[in-house]
Write a protein that binds this ligand. Structure first.
Ligand code: NA7
Length: 546
């Protein structure tokens, strides 16, 4: 840095989850001056904020971690699908092992970033008024860092406790013995509901759309198993992530459902179901996500399995309706452990909001259209996020012509390679818009996109460039390609956060690259290998260049 104020840096990273931690470690190692600003009080990102009862990862333990051998060789997991506390412990371990915290400012929320065209640097401000001038800005704000609260009349009049799952009190908040209401049945709602039902005095679930939840088949992982896996398969499994659609260690079944006999279809479905996890979704037939008939068969199989576990016909109808509200798997399914059994409990009510919407929230609880007032001690908002883009658009990021990114993307989303956007030079984002993001195991994308960004910044340093930004034509072509791939799937047939449909006023469009991890990274690599085709690189060796 320079003696003159304010602070100069090569790179400022925003966010200290998987993405930010990786950037810090690798950029520092490559000799850059780098700092991380993190709004939370600790590392972990999603795994810091989402400390609600039952929070758990939906990816298998061995692929949901950094592929860095210096980390995995000495770390042991206890469960196949680790819970939030275990992830928090993992981050504490990573912090210690890689000595990350010394370059992270916690409790530091970035509120604005303006690009200064005269210096080719960002002017970044925090909530507390700190200002830094990094050459590059890397946004690692993740998929769900802007929680979404429902716009329901009377919400602020409720006299009990109200907690959003993603803003859960860090010290914990006990739901045992209480009358609990939960709005939302996404992944967060399902996890919290199945954990809370056995301990709450009463549980009322307000469901707008049933979740097509899949059996997790949780198991304990012992030390001997992991020692063997580390010696034999860890490196293979971790590399394999790059070669599969969703960055997992397994791929879709390489057949169309329609190519098989009914018996063959049944046997495949049954096998995927028995494996558990996302196999029934991300390991299924190729045409599940593109062909209505194939999709309907997957739904029928799923529905039959769920009906077997739920006794009451009314509950069955609400949880697994004969006519699916949307195709299977085009809205995110989640993993469950004893979710469906919850609805056989006498102290659990399930309100179908399509049939009986919330009229208002009162000081005592939730009043539904049928005039019933559901009295509650605690109201849990499991209502999700302004996902994928919200973490970026909630910051006042201004590009070269003074336009705010939220204005640019408010009309329609445009990026180049899902990591950059025109008129916002020297800015990268990962695990965000137009990347494989929502369909990618987090650490897979964080590392692959992360390495691409680090290689790019390193290239600029070598060539003594001080500025990079995508060319408008390249961005237009990328958007066209993203949308063309998206249109092949059935994605548009649901109201999901994948397409922004969960946020009132958000344009409905593909927020993700739906062509899978291998194609995505081939396209990114092609640009880099061609000397960063699609980008304008400029600036000469400056007096203050990195
Ligand atoms: P999600 O998946 O966005 O789920 C939010 C849930 O809240 C979903 O069931 C919504 O119903 C419901 N919701 C949202 N707004 C309302 C209102 N106004 N009224 C009633 N119900 C509402 O968020 P999660 O936190 O569960 O999961 C997010 C991702 O994080 C997850 O997929 C993983 O990738 C990790 P809807 O379905 O829209 O009808």
């Amino acid at each position: 840095g320079h003696s003159a104020q304010p602070e100069q840096l090569d790179v400022l990273v925003v966010g200290a989850g998987f993405g930010g931690a990786y950037q810090l470690y690798k950029l520092r190692k490559a000799g850059f001056s780098v700092k991380v600003f993190e709004a939370g009080s600790n590392l972990g990102g999603t795994w810091y904020w989402n400390c609600y009862p039952g929070a758990r990862v939906d990816s298998d333990f061995h692929i949901y971690q950094f592929a860095l051998e210096e980390l995995w060789k000495d770390w042991e997991w206890t469960e196949h699908y680790p819970g939030q506390k275990e992830l928090a412990n993992y981050f504490a371990y990573v912090d210690k092992k890689l000595d990350l915290s010394r370059d992270i400012s916690f409790d530091t929320r970035v509120t604005a970033a303006h690009f200064d065209t005269t210096t080719d640097r960002w002017v970044v401000s925090t909530e507390a008024g700190r200002i830094v001038h990094p050459r590059f800005l890397v946004l690692c704000t993740g998929i769900g860092s802007k929680p979404l609260s429902p716009d329901i009349k009377g919400l602020d009049t409720f006299q009990g406790a109200t907690h959003h799952t993603a803003l859960w009190p860090q010290g914990g908040f006990d739901l045992a013995g209480k009358r609990v209401g939960v709005i939302g049945t996404g992944a967060s709602g399902v996890q919290l509901i199945q954990e809370t039902a056995p301990v709450a005095s009463h549980l009322t679930v307000f469901q707008r759309t049933p979740n097509f939840a899949l059996p997790m088949r949780q198991k304990k992982i012992d030390s001997a198993t992991q020692t063997r896996m580390k010696a034999e398969v860890y490196p293979i499994l971790l590399r394999r992530r790059e070669q599969t659609f969703a960055g997992f260690h397994y791929e879709f079944t390489p057949r169309n459902l329609s190519d098989l006999t009914p018996e063959g279809r049944y046997l495949t479905f049954d096998d995927l179901w028995t494996r558990g996890g996302f196999h029934f979704w991300l390991g299924s037939f190729l045409d599940i996500l593109t062909d209505e008939n194939a999709n309907a068969e997957a739904y029928a199989f799923w529905r039959k399995k769920v009906l077997e576990r739920v006794h009451d016909p009314e509950m069955q109808r609400k949880l697994a309706p004969e006519v699916a509200p949307h195709p299977f798997g085009v809205k995110r399914p989640c993993l469950e452990q004893q979710y469906y059994e919850v609805y056989n409990q006498p102290n659990v009510d399930l309100i179908d909001l399509q049939q009986n919407p919330i009229a208002e929230i009162t000081p005592k609880g939730v009043k539904t259209a049928d005039s019933v007032e559901h009295e509650l001690d605690v109201l849990v908002l499991a209502t999700g996020f302004d996902a994928v883009t919200g973490g970026i658009t909630q910051i006042d990021i201004r590009g070269t012509d003074g336009t705010l990114i939220r204005e640019k993307w408010g009309k329609s989303l445009s990026t180049y390679l899902g990591m950059t956007t025109a008129n916002f030079p020297n800015m990268f984002f990962l695990y965000g818009p137009h990347g494989p993001t929502a369909f990618c195991n987090g650490p897979t994308c964080v590392e692959l996109q992360g390495d691409w960004i680090i290689d790019c910044i390193t290239h600029l340093r070598e060539k003594k460039y001080t500025r990079i930004e995508p060319i408008k034509a390249a961005e237009d072509a990328w958007v066209e390609q993203v949308n063309a791939i998206f249109s092949v799937g059935l994605w548009d047939r649901s109201n999901s956060w994948y397409i922004g449909a969960n946020v009132p006023g958000k344009p409905r469009q593909s927020l993700n690259f739906t062509g899978g991890v291998p194609l995505y990274f081939r396209l990114c690599r092609e640009s880099a290998e061609g000397g960063y085709t699609g980008f304008a690189l400029s600036g000469t060796e400056g007096t203050d260049g990195p």
